[in-house]
Design a protein around this ligand. Structure first.
Ligand code: FMN
Ligand code: MN
Length: 497
C-alpha cells in the first residue's frame, strides 16, 4: 500500500485502521494535552485529534506513537523492510544478465523518482497572511511541561539552503514562540541547519512546514549527511516525489501539501534566550542563546490541522521516530562497518546514551575497532556508551545483553574509557558538548587476546530437544514452553522483576 500523500490522507488511514480518536471536549494546550498524551503513549494508545484545543485549528498528536502506526505511515509490515529497500540501492552491483539489468533499472528509477517535484500551486497557500496579519497565537501551540519557558512548536520541518552549494536541508528543530511573529530557532551545534546559518552572510531565509505526510515529517528527523536532501529520502521511502511550491516571501520551495508554512529569516547575529524546555533527556534543558526567526508570511490551508509532539522522560512518541531511524540506517551503517550484524539504541537511553552492537568478530581488538567506528560515524559519534557483543547475541534482548556483559567482561581488561563529542543536551558531562565515552567489550575472548581458553556455552543437544518436543504431552505439563514460548515464561517474568 502506498504511504499517505498528506496529513489528511494519513488521518483518514489512521481512522480506518482504528488508530485515531477524535477528542471533541475542549482541552488546554497549556499542560493538559501533555498529561493526556503521556498517559496515552505509555498505554500504547491511539493517535489523538483534539478538535477543540482552545483554537480554531485542531491539534494532531501521537501519530507515531506505536510500531504499528509507524509501519502504517511507511506502508510496510516491518521497519526492517525500509532498511532492506535502502540497502538494496546502497549495495547495487554491476548487473549480470538481462533479468538483473531490469531489476537494476527499477532500483535506479526509484532513486530518480525520489527527487522533489516543483508544481505551480498547492493547498498550503489557500490562505496567505503576511506582515502584521501573521499571528502565531492562532495556532494551538503547546506549553508541554510546567517548567517550560513558554509555547513550543515541537514537530516542524525546518527548510534552509546551504549558501555555498544551494543544497537543501530539512531538520526538525523546535521553535519557542516569542511573540506573534517571532520564535527562537533551536538548532543544536551538530546540526545541518545551524551550519547553513553560520555560512550565511547577514541573513538566512527559512521556511518551516507543519503538518506533512508522515514520511516527510519523519525525514526531517533523519540524520543524513549534510549534502543529502531529506526530501529525497522522503521521496525514496514514499515511492513518490515530494511536491513543492515557491514560497510567497522567501526564495525557498515549500511542501505544497503541508497544512501550514511559516516563511521568514534569521539575522546572522541576532540571538535570544531559548528555554528552559522539558526535553527528550527527561530533564529540563537550561536557557541558552539561539537565533531569532522572524516570520514574514504564514500560509495555510483554510482549516489547517496543527501537528504536535511531546518529548520528555522516555518512552514518548519520539521513541518510534528514533526506532525508524535505527532500522532505516542499519544498511548505511553496515556499508561503513560491514562486520556489524545489528545494533540497538535503547529508548530509555535517549538514543545517544547507549548503542548495543553485535559484530562478526574476526581478530583481536575487533570490538575496540567497532567502538571507535561508532564514535566516528555521523550522529552516532555522539554515542556515550557502546556495548559490543558477538554476532549470535540478540541486541534487542536487553536481558541477554546484560547476561553477556555480566558473564564475559573483565572490567579491567574489557572496559575502555575514551573521550569525544557529546550530545548538545547531555547535562551529565562536566563540560557541555565534550566528555567521556564508555566502551564495553562483551564478546568472547581467547588466547589470541591473551586470555585463558574461553569455555563453551551451555546448549542442549538438538536430539534431546526434539525428543522432549515430541513427548511433551506425555509429561502432563500443559502448554509446552517450547523455543518460542520460553520468552514469555514465568521464569522470564521473575527475571524481569
Ligand atoms: C520530536 C523531535 C524534536 C527534535 N528537536 C530538535 C531540536 O529542537 N533541535 C535539534 O537540533 N534537533 C532536534 N531534533 C533532532 C533533529 O531533528 C535530528 O538530529 C535531525 O537529524 C536534524 O536534521 P539535520 O541532520 O539535517 O540537522 C528533534 C528530533 C525529534 C524527533
Ligand atoms: Mn540534514
Amino acid at each position: 500500500m502506498a504511504p499517505p500523500g498528506d496529513l489528511r490522507d494519513w488521518i483518514a488511514l489512521l481512522e480506518r485502521e482504528g488508530e485515531l480518536v477524535r477528542v471533541s471536549a475542549e482541552v488546554d494546550p497549556n499542560l493538559e494535552i501533555t498529561e493526556i498524551v503521556d498517559r496515552t503513549v505509555k498505554a500504547g494508545g491511539p493517535a489523538l485529534l483534539f478538535e477543540n484545543p482552545k483554537s480554531s485549528h485542531p491539534l494532531l498528536i501521537n501519530q507515531f506513537g506505536t510500531e504499528r502506526r509507524m509501519c502504517l505511515a511507511f506502508g510496510v509490515d516491518s521497519l526492517d523492510d525500509l532498511g532492506r529497500r535502502l540497502g538494496d540501492v546502497l549495495e547495487m552491483q554491476p548487473p549480470q544478465g538481462l533479468a538483473e539489468k531490469v531489476r537494476g533499472l527499477k532500483k535506479l528509477k526509484s532513486i530518480a523518482d525520489s527527487q522533489p517535484k516543483s508544481i505551480r500551486g498547492g493547498p498550503v497557500q489557500e490562505l496567505v497572511l503576511t506582515g502584521d496579519e501573521v499571528d502565531l497565537r492562532r495556532l494551538p501551540v503547546q506549553t508541554c511541561w510546567p517548567g517550560d519557558a513558554g509555547l513550543f512548536i515541537t514537530l516542524p520541518a525546518v527548510i534552509t539552503t546551504d549558501p555555498r552549494s544551494g543544497g537543501r536541508n530539512v531538520g526538525m528543530y523546535r521553535l519557542q514562540v516569542l511573540d506573534e511573529r517571532t520564535t527562537a530557532m533551536h538548532w543544536q551545534i551538530h546540526k545541518d541547519g545551524r551550519a547553513d546559518y553560520l555560512l550565511a552572510d547577514g541573513r538566512l531565509e527559512v521556511a518551516v512546514a507543519l503538518g506533512l505526510d508522515p514520511v516527510t515529517t519523519y525525514a526531517a528527523s533523519a540524520p543524513l549527511p549534510k549534502h543529502v536532501d531529506e526530501l529525497m529520502l522522503a521521496g525514496f521511502l514514499r515511492g513518490e516525489p515530494v511536491e513543492l511550491v515557491r514560497g510567497k516571501t522567501v526564495d525557498l520551495e515549500v511542501p505544497a501539501n503541508a497544512e501550514i508554512v511559516l516563511e521568514g529569516y534569521l539575522a546572522r547575529d541576532e540571538l535570544t534566550e531559548e528555554g528552559p524546555f522539558g526535553d527528550h533527556t527527561g530533564y529540563y534543558t537550561p536557557p541558552e542563546p539561539f537565533p531569532v526567526f522572524h516570520v514574514t508570511a504564514m500560509t495555510m490551508r483554510r482549516d489547517a490541522i496543527y501537528p504536535s509532539i511531546v518529548v520528555g522522560k522516555p518512552p514518548q512518541e519520539d521513541a518510534w521516530l528514533g526506532k525508524a531511524t535505527e532500522r532505516i540506517f542499519l544498511p548505511a551503517v553496515r556499508m561503513s562497518v560491514p562486520e556489524i550484524v545489528d545494533y540497538d539504541l535503547p529508548v530509555a537511553g535517549a538514543f545517544h546514551n547507549c548503542c548495543i552492537v553485535s559484530i562478526r568478530k574476526a581478530f583481536p581488538g575487533h570490538a575496540q575497532k567497532v567502538m571507535h567506528a561508532i564514535w566516528g560515524l555521523g550522529m552516532l559519534s555522539l554515542t556515550k556508551a557502546v556495548v559490543v557483543v558477538d554476532e549470535w547475541v540478540d541486541v534487542h534482548d536487553y536481558e541477554e545483553v546484560f547476561f553477556r556483559v555480566g558473564a564475559n567482561v573483565d572490567p579491567k581488561r574489557d572496559v575502555m574509557i575514551s573521550e569525544g563529542p557529546l550530545d548538545h543536551l547531555d547535562h551529565a558531562p562536566t563540560m557541555q558538548f565534550y566528555g567521556g565515552k564508555l566502551g564495553i567489550d562483551a564478546t568472547h575472548k581467547g588466547p589470541e587476546e591473551g586470555t585463558r581458553p574461553w569455555p563453551p556455552e551451555i546448549e542442549m543437544s538438538d536430539e534431546i530437544r526434539r525428543r522432549v518436543d515430541e513427548r511433551w504431552d506425555e509429561y502432563g505439563l500443559g502448554e509446552p514452553a517450547g523455543a518460542d514460548g520460553r520468552r514469555e515464561g514465568a521464569l522470564r517474568q521473575l527475571l524481569r522483576r
